[in-house]
Design a protein around this ligand. Structure first.
Ligand code: ADP
Ligand code: ZN
Length: 635
């Protein structure tokens, strides 16, 4: 989620939880009032004690009685001299419940009596308490679903929850969003239109109504939308797709209607819908019987209707963001809807440096800080990660009472973001420490000889994060967008280096390689079923990919024959086995270096810089390595 610094933002007719509470309170208090009115309208009886009642019975003053377990209602004979028709009703509220003798007594004194009637309320009471409240509720419901305009704030469930920025606009400018130059260029046109609509409408051009920003989380989609509003000085409505979906069917659609009504009044303006996929998942793609379907579909249909319903040049521009463009309903992409798609991808090295520059504006930097180096060390970081990195570095510097943020802070912050906090409090016993040290040095030595694995920057046996007992920090020397097959092999072997070292040194293995093995298997499987890199299987995709921007791919195995499934498994195993063999061969050839480096690591806990480089440079490649990298086969 974006961090909003705009304090002038205000809630506009949004039904917060509080307001919903107020509506309920009003409802409840009206019911209570009703009950009170009923109570005052029904005649009051005199209340007496049970003993008094018995006394009156014995004196022969009681004509008839209604006896029920918790109350007795009875009628007294008219007092002598008064109107014989004015019978007096009396009530005993807490009779002695188990006075079994009561019927006997009553019979003896000729009092007519019976048990309680089916209901002790009169029919009006019954009607009011059972029928009227639901009716009121339903009436209110229908009423505020159909509300436009000016309803009291307490009754705004069907209102959109969109936030609007009050001082005209967002104040965000394009210069605040860095590293996404193509996207900015594409969106500039919309700014021009909002600023100067005439130029376009004069020639009969139609500006797109809807723009879809697609990209991984934290890459600046929200910021870009705000910047469009900021640059053109128009109001900005923002709402998340998930906020449309509520428990009750019909609310979402009502909110969409209301959102567009508000937006049209404020045109020209920007309406930003975050997480469009929450709303616009392709119909029929979710599991049957999942309850919220109807509601989502209704809401989506309403959105489509609204988008079709207004003229392109009214000046309302809908910008939606998603990190899963693959799952969106095709209807959303039709002309006149979200027909423009702008990809906002993770920044490259130059982009990362530009983003870092934006975020260090208010940070005191030491002279040794080189942001281009920080950018090199942070492949795969999105804008939000970089903002977080700068903040972590500043926090670290503050914690050690430094006047300025130094490069050391940036490096520590980067490791922290990647691998989690150091956990020096977790104490490993000697055997564990030994195992972890050999495991990590195993990764480092194999990695040092492999192409594409990156440079080994650091080895550590200080536990970090949730699971890591030690770690080897490999940093790519440049951003990579393609992996060549020998590099995939190299990565697999590097990942297996840890486990291989345990086998060679201790003759038995630990659970410490669980993560490595998972990655190895995934990578080998993908190279066979997705990348078509197995000569035996050929360039056939055995998996269907659904591209999204979350974590690579979500895959679906195509239906294959049992024979093919077996072949795939065998190929995957062959790749992994070959890499395992080569990793072991490397470590056996460099056994002395392995022991030496592991010992140093146990002593110092962290190896890095020149010392580490000097050691790793001494690693020698076994004879089969070149051929294995080329062919994937060991002879
Ligand atoms: P998204 O909407 O893509 O998930 P946001 O726009 O909400 O990402 O970004 C979250 C935060 O990350 C922003 O408030 C900003 O501080 C930072 N950020 C993300 N991308 C960029 C960028 N390209 N340039 C500068 N800051 C960025
Ligand atoms: Zn490992």
């Amino acid at each position: 989620m974006p961090v909003d610094t705009n304090k002038k933002k205000r809630q506009l007719k949004t039904p917060s939880l509080r307001q919903l509470g107020i509506s309920l309170l009003i409802l409840l208090s009206s019911l209570l009032a009703l009950k009170y009115i009923i109570a005052t309208l029904t005649p009051k009886e005199k209340e007496v004690l049970y003993s008094d009642f018995i006394e009156q019975v014995e004196r022969g003053q009681v004509v008839e009685a209604l006896v029920s377990p918790n109350q007795i209602r009875y009628v007294l004979k008219p007092a002598p001299g008064s109107n014989p028709k004015s019978k007096q009703e009396v009530l005993v509220t807490n009779p002695v419940a188990v006075d079994l003798a009561l019927p006997e007594i009553l019979r003896h004194f000729h009092v007519k009596f019976s048990g309680p009637p089916p209901s002790q309320n009169n029919w009006i009471g019954v009607l009011l308490s059972w029928v009227v409240p639901p009716l009121i509720f339903l009436a209110l419901w229908g009423w505020f679903l159909n509300q436009g305009g000016n309803s009291p704030a307490a009754l705004t469930v069907g209102k959109s929850k969109a936030r609007i920025y009050s001082e005209g606009t967002t104040g965000v400018k394009f210069e605040d969003v860095a590293g996404v130059e193509e996207a900015k260029a594409e969106l500039q046109e919309i700014v021009d239109f909002l600023k100067n609509a005439q130029k376009y409408t004069r020639l009969g051009a139609k500006i797109p109504k809807g723009v879809l920003l697609a990209g991984p989380p934290g890459t600046g989609k929200t910021m870009l939308a705000k910047a469009i509003a900021g640059e053109s000085g128009v109001p900005f409505f923002s709402i998340s797709g998930s906020e449309f979906i509520e428990l009750f069917v019909g609310v979402g659609a009502a909110r969409v209607r209301d959102l567009f009504e508000q937006a049209k009044k404020q045109a020209p303006c920007i309406v930003f819908i975050d997480e469009l996929d929450a709303l616009g998942k392709s119909r029929g793609s979710s599991a049957p019987g999942s309850g919220s379907n109807d509601e989502r579909e209704q809401t989506l249909n309403q959105l489509l209707t609204e988008m079709d319903g207004f003229d392109a040049n009214t000046g309302v521009i809908i910008i939606a963001a998603t990190n899963r463009p693959g799952v969106l309903d095709a209807a959303l992409r039709r002309p006149g809807r979200f027909d423009r798609q702008v990809v906002v991808d993770r920044p490259d090295k130059i982009g990362r440096e530009a983003i870092l520059k934006v975020h260090v504006k208010n940070v005191k930097l030491a002279d040794d800080v080189d942001l281009s180096k920080v950018a090199v060390r942070t492949p795969g970081f999105a804008g939000a990660d970089l903002a977080n990195l700068v903040n972590e570095a500043a926090l670290l510097a503050a914690r050690s009472d430094r006047e300025q943020v130094t490069m050391v802070d940036f490096n520590e912050a980067q490791e922290r973001v990647v691998t989690g906090l150091e956990r020096r409090s977790r104490v490993l016993n000697d055997l564990e420490k030994n195992t972890v040290a050999y495991h990590e040095v195993g990764h480092a030595l194999v990695g040092a000889l492999m192409p594409g694995a990156g440079k080994v920057e650091k080895i550590s046996v200080v536990p970090r994060g949730v699971g890591a007992l030690g770690y080897t920090l490999l940093l790519p020397e440049e951003d990579r967008f393609l992996m060549i097959e020998d590099e995939i092999r190299g990565r697999i072997a590097t990942l297996l280096g840890g486990r291989s070292a345990e086998e060679i040194v201790f003759g038995k293995v630990s659970t410490g390689a669980v993560d490595d093995i998972q990655k190895v298997t995934d990578l080998a499987d993908r190279s066979v079923t997705l990348y078509g890199m197995s000569a035996e299987m050929g360039p056939v995709a055995f998996e269907r990919i659904q591209q999204d921007f979350l974590d690579g791919f979500s895959n679906l195995r195509r239906p294959v024959s049992p024979k093919i499934a077996e072949d795939i498994d065998r190929q995957v195993k062959q790749i992994v086995d070959g890499a395992h063999e080569i990793a072991k061969a490397i470590l056996i050839k460099n056994r002395e270096l392995l022991d030496e480096t592991a010992t140093a690591l146990i002593q110092k806990e962290i190896l890095e810089g020149a010392e580490l480089r000097e050691r790793l440079n001494r690693a020698e490649a076994p004879a089969q390595l070149d051929e294995w990298l080329r062919t994937g086969k060991l002879t």
